[in-house]
Design a protein around this ligand. Structure first.
Ligand code: NDP
Length: 443
């Protein structure tokens, strides 16, 4: 069944390799569940769920500081509105293309369902590279991007958020432009500033959520996170707050990376060093190499941190950043838990190594769902026109991650007691969306 289905998906979506990879993983997970529940096959749920409800591709012209006209491509993939308005981030990165955004939108459908909140799935972005651009250039780009996107989104239709290359600054410029165009102050984006509709804990949510899920996974083996040596990749939003929560819970993070290389700090990245990273990355927009210069530790140009001995790993940069060899090295070095802050950071071959080694492996769909869950909480607060306290939002986030773990265990537990979190997340995310599609007729 998987082979025939995938042949059709590949034929219909040529060249979209990341999308094929994401679909294959889900279909493989669902195979035996679908055999036991034939209604989903009869209603052609799989064939429908891999087809976006709508894809919008548009031109984004803008003017740089030299007065030159530049042209980028914008996208919004509205994948599924079965259980709520489309919801998912915007990515600004030169590698962005249709296949990458379709993979992300597809994963988002299952992830959002897992959170238990009423959110459909979407994703968007542009091949625009914010690196090296001035604030004014980023603003002009964001305004042009939103001028077109604003026709397709709205607080009850489609609610984008941030992702790689889109943080508080970009959300601010886009929100401002939406407001000018529509003359409406609404919760059309999440990840907003605290003074204008944002939620406390939203910046922290993805990283914190990943660590909460890791703790739940460790509990199943009577392990605690205290004292664990952790490798973390990336140095953006997810990596920063993964480290913050690891420190709060007594773990020892030792690496950070960006697209140029990684740093290894065997003494541990402590709160003071993390503050330096926040300033370096969020304000000065510098490179992680500067950490090594400042704190006198090793920097590895062009490398990823998976060769460093650790108890736990938190890939938090980008897709396919752990290959088979990296996975084998991690397991050989005694790593017992992989928690994916990033989306699809492990290749299928790497996942196979983790699953066959029966280590605790939390896939992105489950592990990084805390970000979108807290975006969902931001939407609720906007609708109520209220702001919850930091403690209230963090407690809700924590509860959601505990529930996600329970769902994964419910659908992913194997006869020998091993929890296959990949199957658990895929089946657990699928059921609610599929049932909603059946209830709503041929949509
Ligand atoms: P940021 O833009 O804040 O940071 C991204 C980090 O990853 C940077 O350190 C960046 O380095 C590095 N990176 C990006 N692309 C590559 C690449 N091709 N190779 C190596 N390193 C790379 O993004 P986020 O922290 O928000 O996102 C990180 C991951 O988490 C992504 O996979 C995203 O989809 C996922 N995610 C994010 C959520 C959120 O709430 N922000 C929610 C759920 C998932 P450099 O500066 O050199 O580009």
């Amino acid at each position: 069944m998987v082979k025939e289905f995938m042949e059709k998906v590949i034929q219909k979506n040529p060249g979209e390799i990341e999308f094929h990879q994401a679909v294959r993983e889900v279909v493989e997970s669902l195979e035996s569940y679908l055999k036991n529940n034939p209604e989903y096959m009869e209603k052609k749920i799989l064939q429908r769920i891999v087809e976006p409800e709508r894809v919008i591709i548009f031109r984004v012209p803008w003017i740089d500081d030299q007065g030159e006209i530049c042209v980028n491509r914008g996208f919004r993939i509205e994948m599924s509105s079965a259980i709520g308005p489309y919801k998912g981030g915007l990515r600004f990165h030169p590698t962005v293309n249709l296949g990458i955004l379709k993979f992300l939108a597809f994963e988002q459908v299952f992830k959002n369902s897992l959170t238990g909140l009423p959110m459909g799935g979407g994703k968007g972005g542009s091949d625009f590279d914010p690196k090296g651009k001035s604030d004014n250039e980023v603003m002009r780009f964001c305004q042009s991007f939103m001028t077109e996107l604003s026709r397709h989104i709205g607080p009850d239709t489609d609610v984008p958020a941030g992702d790689i290359g889109v943080g508080g600054r970009e959300i601010g410029y886009m929100f401002g432009q939406y407001k000018r165009l529509r003359n409406e102050f609404t919760g059309v984006l999440t990840g907003k500033g605290l003074g204008w509709g944002g939620s406390l804990i939203r910046p922290e949510a993805t990283g914190y959520g990943a660590v909460f899920l890791a703790c739940e996974m460790l509990k199943t083996r009577n392990e605690s996170i205290k004292g664990k040596v952790c490798t973390v990749s990336g140095s953006g939003n997810v990596a920063q707050y993964t480290i913050k929560k690891l420190l709060q819970l007594g773990a020892k993070p030792v690496t950070l990376s960006d697209s140029n290389g990684f740093i290894h700090d065997p003494a541990g990245i402590d709160e003071k060093k993390l503050q330096f990273v926040l300033e370096l990355k969020n304000i000065k927009r510098g490179r992680i190499k500067e950490y090594a210069d400042k704190f006198n530790c090793e920097y590895y140009e062009g490398k990823r941190p998976w060769g460093i001995k650790c108890d736990m790993a938190f890939p938090s940069a980008t897709q396919n950043e752990i290959n088979k060899q990296d996975a084998e090295t991690l397991v050989k070095n005694g790593c017992i838990c992989i928690t994916e802050g990033a989306n699809m950071p492990s290749t299928p071959e790497a996942i196979e190594v983790f699953i066959s080694g029966k280590i605790l492996y939390g896939p992105g769909k489950a592990a990084n769902a805390g970000g979108v869950a807290t975006s969902g909480l931001e939407m609720s607060q906007n609708s109520l026109r209220l702001s919850w306290t930091r403690e209230e939002v963090e407690k809700r986030l924590h509860d959601i991650m505990i529930n996600i773990h329970e769902t994964c265990a419910k659908y992913g537990k194997e006869p020998d007691g091993f929890i296959n979190y990949v199957n658990g997340a895929n089946i657990g995310g699928f059921v609610k969306v599929a049932d909603a599609m059946i209830d709503q007729g041929l949509v």
